[in-house]
Design a protein around this ligand. Structure first.
Ligand code: BV8
Length: 253
């Protein structure tokens, strides 16, 4: 459906913050969490995305993340990811752009986005579960279907380098996101159900500073009322349409 969405008017000197969730990767073939047939219908969140779940059954958690790792490696960025890269390029010389993603699939970075805050971590990175271990998180595309791996430095279990429920987000990433939102001219959220905090609350920060708040989403989310405009549709179709003038301005149109 190529509904003629009104293009967004964005000055090249503007400051824009975009928050994305699993919906922006749906058209790349990656399941979202809470849609019909989503990840939380197949897995118990408590058992695979919490520290307690990991302590109880690390092998199950590694099977969960290994399946998602393998799936993501076979997927490609979609036109929605690429439209956000065009927006970043358009704003680069004079404006400011920040992409705060809840997604751990790395597709924004693979599409070419550079100013990215991976605020829930990365599926394609592994770290030691022992916080006092001197080892560093490392890029890891391996699957661990036959048992949780162990740290070669201290012997503790390794874990996916993601933020689980009940864990704090990286305070530096949080601070960068909050400062950028407080100082932006436009706040956009794309493909997120607006249920997971503290990121779901970022639109309220933009509202506090009187910043226009644009939502691009397939379905009306829980926090729809916090937005000043809503483009209902698939981000892979809507973003290229509403950012068409941006793409034309940088010679991609
Ligand atoms: C924390 C791990 C402090 C990696 C994830 C109030 C304040 C603070 C905390 C809380 C609070 N209330 C509750 C909490 C606790 C909790 C929370 O928010 N729970 C929720 C469920 C109520 N938050 C936390 O625990 C956070 N930590 O706050 O620390 C603290 C510490 C201790 C005790 C208390 C507080 C940590 C949150 C991070 C959790 N980790 N993932 C991984 O495995 O991926 S969150 C998980 O949900 C993913 O990261 C995911 O990105 C995120 C949000 O989901 P969405 O991305 O929005 O995806 P969803 O499927 O829900 O929606 C998709 C949307 O896309 C839909 O609306 C759909 O319509 C749309 N869509 C679909 N297709 C398309 C589309 N849109 C456009 N185009 C399409 N084609």
């Amino acid at each position: 459906m190529s509904e003629a969405w009104e293009p967004l008017r964005i000055e090249p000197s503007a400051s824009v913050v975009v928050v994305t969730g699993a919906g922006v990767s749906a058209e790349s073939g990656i399941a979202t969490f809470r849609d019909k047939g989503g990840i939380w219908e197949q897995y118990d969140l408590e058992r695979v995305a919490t520290p307690r779940g990991f302590a109880m059954d690390p092998d199950l958690v590694w099977r969960f993340y290994s399946e998602r790792r393998a799936q993501v490696l076979g997927c490609e960025p979609n036109p929605g990811h690429r439209a956000l890269v065009a927006l970043e390029r358009y704003l680069e010389p004079r404006g400011r752009f920040l992409l705060v993603t809840q997604n751990v699939d790395g597709l924004h970075q693979r599409a070419g986005s550079r100013r990215v805050l991976p605020i829930h971590g990365s599926l394609l990175r592994t770290r030691c579960s022992n916080d006092t271990c001197p080892s560093q998180p490392f890029d890891d595309e391996q699957s661990y279907m036959d048992g949780a791996p162990r740290c070669t430095t201290c012997g503790a279990l390794l874990r996916p380098d993601v933020v689980w429920f009940g864990e704090y987000l990286d305070p530096d990433l949080e601070r960068q996101a909050r400062l950028a939102i407080a100082d932006c001219d436009l706040f956009m959220a794309v493909g997120t159900s607006g249920l997971v905090y503290p990121v779901a609350g970022y639109v309220e920060i933009a509202a506090h500073y009187g910043v226009p708040r644009v939502l691009v989403n397939l379905e009306p989310p829980a926090n729809l009322g916090a937005f000043t405009s809503f483009y209902q549709g698939k981000s892979g179709e809507v973003l290229p349409a509403i950012l068409r003038s941006v793409a034309e301005a940088i010679g991609l149109g």
